[in-house]
Design a protein around this ligand. Structure first.
Ligand SMILES: [Zn+2]
Length: 524
């Protein structure tokens, strides 16, 4: 048994919000209280936390663990100059074996002033294929070795919805746009299970430092295999809720897999479907056209009947659903399908599962109360509000009063769970908490009041999204996101108290020590 004492413990347990002593054994909390526990558990091993602030370990309720972990192994191409980027590529090439793929991400030709070219890379990487994706993911920059491997030359026609950039003689320049990216990306080898498991293992300490002890993962089969391998080898030290892609629903149905199967480390979450696209490419399904594009209302990926069929099929075996919906029309249709599903669950004596909508990015005013009414979880990403604000104002205009409307959903009584959608954004939950509380970017924009300040959350609400909210979405509210008897001993220690410090300091908070299952995985 072990005791941590002399701490400022925010338990997120309504029965006892504050404490200074916590006792745990075999990875589980046995008591939370104050100095009386020091005498009650007199023989326990004691550790003085020297007034550090303690919170439950945070959970990112929407992240792509595989792509995030692999992104950490790529060259960071987000540099101010082309030369800097080339220098990084050169260093990577020097350490690589001949023929090994060199991967990178994050360049932006607008910052560099010009498109880069294959020739730039050929000088430093004559023998390795190089594949570097743009920050936008709408372009890739490759070298001649990669073009040759993919057999892309002057005679290669452009694909549908894509373009091979060419010089005056018709030769590829090394820039591939949109679907032309697939010409080369199809040749980039996928990492095997062991390599992916190793990448995830390397990502764990980075996530612990950010304060995360749990994630809800939205990647697919390869990621699940890697997670199971890590788990079997006792290398998994994050609590993972694993969602299943809807294209595999039938297989899950046939083997009788259901939401909740697994253990405290790795558990089956929901079936993930996509109702629409995104704001950036203006493919999110809207009731009214995008500003400046009178013909464009985005696209629905399926109709409500099709979606209801998926949800019904899933519900029959006890699988919950989670549906990506960005636009107001997409959210509306998903809510319609869930309304039918609730009736179906009732008629058939099935449990009302905790179905979710991912993003809930903009709602029609009539739909605002419906998530709470149907008990649908709003899985939202506070950081998207400030990352997207300029784009959202430009294309949605006045509709942004109900966009990224965290507070509106809380006020309506919906359960909310917060995440980052990493690697789209950093998984750092304190960046998300900062955005939720200030509605500002770390650079202070759009000004002191923040963007749609009426949507600002309290610190308590913001942290709840990453603790009790995420736990509820995973049916883990008695185990995770709370420091109470019977919960897992997953916690973080902070040098500064986010409830007291200047909100500006919150964006830079990091965990000084992170405990998972009663063990300091990140030490002071
Ligand atoms: Zn996602």
């Amino acid at each position: 048994m072990k005791i941590l004492y002399n701490a400022r413990i925010y338990t997120f347990d309504k029965a006892r919000p504050l404490a200074s002593v916590i006792a745990f054994d075999h990875g589980e909390i046995i008591a939370v209280g104050d100095d009386e526990l020091l005498t009650a558990f007199g023989r326990a091993d004691k550790q003085d936390l020297q007034k550090y602030t303690v919170l439950p370990g945070l959970t990112d309720a929407h992240l792509h663990l595989q792509y995030y972990s692999l992104s950490l192994q790529k060259i960071d191409c987000e540099t101010d100059t082309l030369e800097e980027c080339l220098q990084r590529v050169k260093e990577k090439v020097q350490k690589a074996k001949a023929g090994e793929w060199i991967l990178g991400h994050g360049w932006n030709q607008n910052i560099w002033g010009n498109w880069p070219s294959a020739a730039d890379l050929d000088q430093i990487a004559p023998n390795n294929p190089v594949y570097l994706t743009a920050k936008s993911l709408h372009a890739a920059w490759v070298n001649t070795t990669a073009l040759k491997l993919a057999a892309v030359g002057a005679g290669t026609p452009d694909p549908k919805d894509g373009q091979v950039q060419r010089d005056s003689k018709g030769e590829p320049t090394g820039i591939l746009l949109e679907n032309a990216i697939l010409f080369v990306s199809d040749f980039v080898p996928e990492p095997g299970t062991a390599a992916l498991a190793a990448a995830i293992e390397k990502a764990q300490p980075i996530l612990w430092k950010m304060g995360l002890t749990g994630v809800h993962d939205f990647d697919k089969r390869d990621c699940f295999l890697a997670l199971q391998q890590l788990h079997a080898q006792h290398r998994l030290k994050l609590r993972v809720t694993k969602n299943i892609p809807v294209e595999l629903l039938d297989h899950a149905f046939k083997i009788g897999l259901r939401t909740g199967f697994g253990d405290d480390w790795l558990r089956i979450g929901s079936v993930k479907a996509f109702m629409d696209g995104a704001l950036g490419p203006r493919t999110a399904a809207m009731f009214q056209p995008y500003i400046g594009e009178p013909e464009n209302k985005g696209n629905l990926n399926m109709d409500v009947e099709q979606l209801f069929e998926f949800t019904r099929h899933a519900a029959d075996v006890g699988l919950g659903m989670t549906v990506h919906a960005i636009g107001d029309r997409a959210n509306h249709e998903v809510l319609n399908a869930y309304e039918q599903l609730r009736a179906y669950e009732t008629e058939n004596g099935l449990p009302h599962l905790r179905h979710r909508i991912e993003h809930v990015q903009v709602l029609h005013p009539d739909d605002v109360p419906r998530l709470a009414k149907l008990n649908i979880i709003a899985s939202m990403q506070p950081i998207h509000a400030t990352s997207d604000m300029i784009m959202a104002d430009k294309y949605w205009g006045e509709r942004t009063s109900l966009a990224y409307a965290l507070k509106t959903q809380l006020d309506a009584g919906a359960h909310v769970a917060f995440g980052s959608d990493a690697p789209v954004e950093s998984p750092n939950p304190f960046r998300g908490i900062y955005a939720a509380v200030t509605r500002r970017r770390p650079d202070g924009s759009p000004g002191p009041a923040g963007w749609h300040p009426e949507q600002k959350l309290s610190m308590q609400q913001a942290i709840e999204g990453f603790t009790t909210g995420a736990a509820y979405a995973a049916y883990a509210e008695t185990r995770q996101g709370i420091l109470a008897e019977g919960a897992l001993a997953d916690l973080i220690a902070l040098e500064k108290d986010p409830f007291i410090c200047n909100p500006e300091e919150v964006k830079d908070l990091q965990s000084s020590a992170t405990m998972v299952a009663g063990e300091w995985v990140l030490e002071f």
